[in-house]
Design a protein around this ligand. Structure first.
Ligand SMILES: [Zn+2]
Length: 390
């Protein structure tokens, strides 16, 4: 059995020990140490990384009370010095202790039990037994959990027997029945937990709740603690700063500017639609007057129109002529064919029968069809065929 130093102190970062055993497995070499402060995966908390004898230690797993460390290679000699990647571990301690405090506050204020905890590489989540949570409740919980953190309550851990455990007001009964480890936040809660924790709630730092969402009848809370919360604030600050610079204003005025900008956009869009409508009218007239007498189809190739423009122009034209209207845009290699109803001709059927030959994709109804082509040659080939055969 490996002596687990992480249970003696969560703050031990360096120690000397001996390699007891080397285990070769399919995914690499594992070391069993006489004593270890490297925390293995467990209880929602990811494992530590670090070095053993100067060699990178990549993964830690717990197997029947024995801690196995996956290493890049086996260090020379039996005696080794070990070092934890402290930034990573301390971050995990902040998130895990923050989770305990947050779960306790949700239980106290919303009578919501925590069903599960996930400590991700970017953010943390807890799933609460709670069908609904309002934004106001979320704000109240965030205020309270940060107030509790600032009270700097001590966080201690110890093991108890089953009888001693029975006398404690535990949040949830543990699966184990002996050597039960309790993590206690002074005056807040007793929790059976095997994780590593900061020494007092002040060390959690800020607890920032990012969102609440419904999840299979429960509520998932996404949050960040300590250094992660600071990074989140800095990132938001950076985005706000960039937005303020773009709108050439202070951050408090950004929303107002965006609303004004949206209103302007709406006006511009309306103006543009009117102008396009007028333009379509002129273009339609021009096309109609340019037709030779006896023409069986009104056809034209545009350089730079969009499919949408072709469609609205085609609709305009079919209200003034009984001839089919065939339009091609070189900008998008797209073709539109339209005709007024009652002629017995179907645009959609014509497309269906002839698109394949030109690798065109599209279709439509009897009165309007459209298609896109992989290249200009295909689009123009289809256009020429339609022009000559309709
Ligand atoms: Zn825990």
């Amino acid at each position: 059995m490996t002596k687990k130093l992480y249970y003696e102190s969560a703050y031990l970062q360096e120690w000397e020990t001996e390699i007891n055993r080397v285990v070769e497995r399919e995914d690499g070499m594992y070391l069993v140490l006489e004593e270890t402060a490297f925390y293995p995966h467990g209880g929602g908390q990811p494992c530590d990384t670090g070095t053993i004898g100067g060699i990178s230690m990549l993964d830690v797993i717990l197997e029947e009370d024995e801690v196995l460390h996956r290493v890049e290679s086996v260090p020379a000699g039996k005696k080794v010095s070990c070092r934890i990647d402290w930034d990573r571990r301390f971050d995990h301690m902040q998130q895990h202790s923050g989770q305990h405090l947050l779960s306790a506050v949700f239980l106290e204020l919303c009578q919501a039990k925590t069903l599960s905890f996930h400590l991700g590489s970017d953010y943390d989540t807890i799933d609460l037994e709670l069908p609904e949570l309002s934004p106001e409740q979320l704000t109240i919980v965030e205020k309270e959990v940060n107030r509790q953190a600032m009270l700097n309550r001590s966080i201690t851990s110890y093991t108890v027997t089953a009888e001693e455990m029975a006398r404690l007001p535990l949040v949830k009964l543990p699966k184990v029945t002996e050597n039960i480890r309790i993590v206690e936040i002074e005056g807040v809660e007793h929790n059976a937990c095997g994780g590593t924790h900061v020494a007092s709630t002040g060390s959690i730092g800020m607890i920032k709740l990012l969102r609440a969402e419904k999840m299979k009848g429960n509520t998932r809370i996404t949050f960040k603690c300590g250094g992660r919360a600071l990074d989140e604030c800095n990132n938001n600050q950076r985005i706000l700063g960039a937005l303020a610079a773009k709108f050439n204003t202070g951050k408090d005025e950004i929303l107002g500017r965006i609303e004004k900008w949206e209103a302007e956009q709406k006006l511009l869009q309306a103006e543009l639609a009117t102008l396009k409508e007028q333009n379509d009218g002129y273009a339609a007239q021009e096309l109609l007057s340019a037709q030779e007498p006896g023409a069986r189809v009104i056809a034209h190739v545009f350089e730079d129109k969009s499919l949408k423009d072709l469609q609205s122009l085609a609709v305009k034209l079919t209200t003034s002529t009984e001839l089919p209207v065939l339009l091609l845009t070189a900008a998008e290699n797209k073709v539109v064919l339209a005709c007024s109803g009652g002629t017995g001709f179907s645009c959609g059927a014509f497309f269906k029968a002839n698109l394949g030959e030109f690798q065109g994709k599209g279709g439509g109804s009897d009165t309007m069809a459209q298609a896109g082509f992989p290249a200009w040659e295909n689009a123009f080939g289809f256009y020429a065929l339609a022009k000559s055969s309709i």
